[in-house]
Write a protein that binds this ligand. Structure first.
Ligand code: ATP
Ligand code: MG
Length: 257
């Protein structure tokens, strides 16, 4: 089993149909992701990043296969947890604690006490131990995103899918959450697939960075071996930034860079 990647996508083709025609977003996409990788995906708007994540999450029908630990997955499951950009992904009528315990109860992750313990532990990990009894409207956008991450941690999801989770946050909150998600990915050994429009965010967070082209093709796929924490002063930062910028804005293949 050791050479089976955690996530393996083969021949993934996805089209959306409207009443008169169809649009093909992804064609024959191949991608393997190893356990503990922090994969950042960049790409122009409309190129199919969210579609790819939604296929992995099991929210869409598609051709080809998505395998987790060698097992084909076509439906949503607790092994893949999606954190959306939208702050309103929590139930507003439930407390923070109940928002985290709810998916655990649905998925029968233990008895009542165990579920409460798991949820509180996850909230501690994201620094929200003292907010368990608050309601979502009492939290900032960044705190709501941390609750969503706590849900994934409490569920023990090995793959966390993040679709521009920090895009709507101010720069300071965003930078704080980047540090937090890095810390969590390292301490929890989570595997994260993270979509962003921000090259700097990809370089700071990603242990591997992918750039998709206008038609959902993989233009750039490279490990980021810079020592962490990565800052703009890190050796190699400018070079990688430049390569990503060229792939992203000039659609150049990594072999041409
Ligand atoms: N449910 C849908 N029905 C029809 N077309 C869709 C649907 N969802 C997405 N599309 C189309 O598929 C293409 C890819 O969309 P997707 O949301 O995956 O792009 P994206 O890379 O995430 O873009 P952005 O960076 O703006 O979030 C777009 O042309 C979009 O209009
Ligand atoms: Mg998107």
């Amino acid at each position: 089993m050791s050479d089976t990647p955690l996530l393996k996508i083969e021949h993934l083709t996805k089209s959306y149909r409207d009443s008169s025609s169809g649009i093909e977003v992804l064609r024959d996409l191949e991608l393997s992701v190893e356990a503990n990788e922090f994969l950042c995906i960049l790409g122009p708007s409309g190129c199919g990043k969210s579609t790819l994540l939604r296929c992995i999450a099991g929210f869409e029908e598609y051709e080809g296969s998505v395998k987790v630990n060698g097992r084909e997955e076509r439906e949503p499951g607790t092994d893949r947890f999606m954190v959306f950009q939208d702050f309103n992904q929590l139930f507003p009528w439930k407390t923070v604690l109940k928002n985290v315990t709810y998916p655990l109860s649905i998925n029968r992750k233990g008895d009542k006490d165990e579920i409460r313990r798991l949820a509180l532990e996850a909230l501690e990990k994201v620094g929200l131990g003292n907010f368990a009894n608050q309601y979502p409207h009492q939290l900032s956008g960044g705190m709501k995103q941390r609750v969503a991450i706590a849900k994934a941690l409490a569920l023990g999801s090995p793959i966390i899918l993040m679709d521009e989770p920090f895009a709507a946050l101010d720069a300071m909150t965003r930078s704080g959450l980047q540090k937090e998600v890095l810390r969590i990915s390292e301490s929890e050994k989570s595997t994260i697939i993270f979509i962003t429009h921000n090259i700097q965010e990809a370089v700071i967070l990603g242990t591997r960075i992918l750039v998709l082209g206008q038609h959902g093709q993989i233009l750039f796929d490279r490990k980021n071996e810079m020592e962490r924490p990565v800052t703009p002063a890190s050796p190699g930062y400018g070079e990688l930034w430049e390569q990503l910028h060229q792939a992203l804005y000039e659609g150049r293949l990594s072999s041409e860079l």
